[in-house]
Design a protein around this ligand. Sequence first.
Ligand code: HEC
Length: 103
Amino acid sequence: MKKVITLALALSAICLWISTPNDARAEANGEKLFMQHCNVCHPSGGNVIKPQKTLHKGERTVNTVEEVVGKMRNPGPGMSTFDSNFLPDSDAKAIAEYILKTF
Ligand code: HEC
């Protein structure tokens, strides 16, 4: 009986995953990756190294996914470089979308 319940739970988890729209999944992934790679220096979209260079709308100088990814690939002084070996384009785009939507 225990096995049946475990199996039923596993199946419903899989169904939930499959029925989650792609967008929502990318969004969650973008947030997770941001927390992992960017949040140390950009907590809540701020900037602990250069306080005037935030990620907030109206303050940031980049406003498209391409431009934000460009900053990861080729950042300004004080920010670590995130090249495509380290952070593939799909992950970089998910982070960029998260930033543009959130801050
Ligand atoms: C070691 C600290 C550090 C980390 C980690 C870091 N950044 Fe930055 N970031 C900075 C600094 C410092 C600047 C300002 C650079 C400059 O003067 O141009 C900056 C600037 C930026 C800008 C440009 C803001 C603007 O308006 O010009 C973007 C976009 C950005 N970071 C995104 C990210 C993303 C995305 C990540 C994670 C993948 C990340 N940063 C990780 C320190 C960091």
